[in-house]
Ligand binder design. Structure first.
Ligand code: DQA
Length: 150
């Protein structure tokens, strides 16, 4: 089973950016934790980060017929990007939206998620554990899909 984890703008700045919200651990620390969890679950994981909306759309399109599941933290594009919503709908791959913080309890402009309607679930507010919980949920969803299609 193959899972692609996509991270949007400024998430490469983890550890530096607003540590009171996002913590002091780095993007590399996050990638390591995700890889370890994927190993425990026995799945293949790829990680992609970009600050550019079009590159994120390309990554989602590139997953078509190649990946079984997507985990996406669109970062600020959560609140602005219809293009990312359309890309996830276009590829039809089971997707979970994640956030480190809980955007629903922050500024009002963060309460809108354009991506949410295309996702199985949203996991938010758990720091790095949001990704690990999303990975477990997605793998169990994809495994039950494979079972029922046998
Ligand atoms: C974020 C929340 C977004 O509102 C913000 O723009 C981010 C990170 C999160 O993971 O908590 O860049 O997606």
């Amino acid at each position: 089973m193959k899972i692609l984890v996509i991270n949007g703008p400024n998430l490469n700045m983890l550890g530096i950016r607003e540590p009171e919200i996002y913590g002091r651990d780095t993007y590399e620390d996050l990638c390591r934790l995700i890889r370890e969890e994927a190993d425990c679950l026995g799945v293949q994981v790829s990680l992609f980060q970009s600050n550019h909306e079009g590159a994120l759309v390309d990554a989602i399109q590139g997953a078509y017929q190649k990946q079984d599941g997507l985990i996406i933290n669109p970062a600020a594009y959560t609140h602005t990007s219809i293009a990312l919503l359309d890309a996830v709908k276009a590829v039809g791959i089971p997707t979970i939206e994640v956030h480190l913080s809980d955007p629903d309890t922050r500024e009002p402009f963060r309460r809108i998620s354009y991506l949410r309607p295309a996702c199985l679930d949203t996991v938010k507010g758990l720091g790095f554990d949001s990704y690990l919980a999303a990975l477990r949920r997605l793998v169990s969803h994809c495994r039950s899909l494979k079972e029922t299609s046998r």
